[in-house]
Design a protein around this ligand. Structure first.
Ligand SMILES: [Zn+2]
Length: 378
């Protein structure tokens, strides 16, 4: 049931300020000053070495009092409570997230818990987490648990594209998988309330379409620039698509089957080393199958995803011998009552989703056979 409460208002929400550019971290003091001078900074140890030290230097030079907390790697309720207590003790006026999707989701939840603003500084363009007012909460073992919703979006999102270009290109590609789902999902759920509880606006539809256009136009070029660790106009465009367009688009548009199937896939242990957008990429093919996408359209998406090494078959996902039982479990979880798959205005059941999952693998394998695509050797 896409709109069981008969919502009639449309609604669009976003961060107050989005800043993106080469070496933008150097100017963090200027952009974060409106939030206060006392902050906790959440980052994992690797990110801390790569970008945290220079961020702290920049902030201390602007008279900030920053306490850094090492993130333990999982956006779990336990981790949020632990860091929240540290933030409260420190008397933090705001929270800074420095890192990838899970660090960001944790920081947003911590800020909500202690009632302060959050500034998000993504170090990769790997997910659409930075701009939204929600977090995905996982169990301490990394299985999807639930979505958590907050009253406010992050106040500031600041993306340093020099840092993003230095991260492994796989992260950028994963972000493209997540971003490519934005339009595929949102265009199917226009009569369903979005994550803000209202109907999608024209502007969110335009953002979703632009997001997809950028990926098809510049995705492969940006992927190569990232492999060479350089910031080019194509890379800037794709970072914006992955972070701003995808974030605004999914939140004020809506999610559907691609993300629901992703959530189900988190139950397969062998997929735990895959990134969010890599699983979403496979979910996109499943969603297109459910949408009755013509073969030419399906081919276009599959070809793009293969061009940036996103996995669209069981084999490319690293589960060539996946069992029917496991796939049926993925389908059942994708159809859980709170899942986003129910925003679709089509008949959905675990059996239908299971068939779409197997059909997606088959369609992608067929494309690979017809096109002669070969997996690049590392
Ligand atoms: Zn996503």
């Amino acid at each position: 049931m896409p709109n069981k409460n008969n919502v009639t208002e449309s609604l669009f929400q976003s961060p107050s300020k989005y800043i993106q550019g080469p070496n933008a971290i150097k100017n963090a003091g200027k952009y974060l000053a409106p939030l206060g001078k006392k902050a906790i900074l959440i980052s994992d140890d690797l990110v801390h070495k790569l970008a945290g030290v220079s961020l702290i230097e920049a902030l201390v030079a602007s008279d900030f009092d920053v306490q850094r907390v090492a993130f333990n790697g999982e956006a779990s309720a336990q981790e949020i409570a632990r860091i929240g207590a540290i933030g409260q003790q420190h008397g933090s006026q705001f929270v800074i997230a420095l890192g990838g999707g899970k660090t960001i989701d944790t920081a947003k939840a911590v800020a909500d818990r202690i009632g302060v603003d959050v500034a998000v500084l993504p170090t990769t363009a790997s997910t659409d987490a930075p701009c939204s007012a929600l977090s995905v909460i996982y169990t301490p073992n990394g299985e999807f648990e639930r979505y958590s919703f907050f009253n406010k979006n992050p106040t500031i999102v600041l993306v340093d594209t020099t840092t993003v270009a230095k991260a492994p290109a796989r992260f950028l590609a994963s972000g493209m998988g997540d971003a490519l789902a934005t339009n595929v999902e949102a265009r199917r759920v226009g009569s369903s309330p979005n994550f803000g509880g209202g109907l999608p606006t024209q502007v969110s539809s335009a953002i979703c379409a632009k997001c997809e256009e950028i990926l098809f136009t510049y995705g492969a070029q940006a992927y190569e620039a990232c492999k060479a660790n350089v910031v080019t106009p194509a890379l800037e465009a794709v970072v914006e698509a992955n972070t701003l367009h995808s974030g605004l688009g999914f939140e004020s548009g809506g999610l559907a089957a691609a993300h629901a199937i992703h959530d189900g896939m988190t139950a397969i242990h062998e997929l735990h080393n895959l990134l969010h957008g890599e699983k979403v990429a496979f979910g996109i093919v499943c969603q297109l199958i459910l949408d009755k996408a013509p073969t030419a359209e399906l081919d276009r998406y599959i070809a793009f995803m293969l061009s940036v090494d996103l996995p669209v078959t069981f084999e490319l996902l690293g589960i060539p011998n996946v069992k029917e039982k496991e796939l049926r479990q993925v389908a059942a979880l994708a159809c859980a009552p709170e899942e986003t798959i129910w925003t679709l205005d089509i008949v959905i059941s675990p059996e239908i989703v299971y068939n779409a999952i197997v059909g997606a693998d088959a369609a992608s394998r067929d494309y690979i056979r017809r096109s002669g695509w070969k997996k690049p050797t590392a």
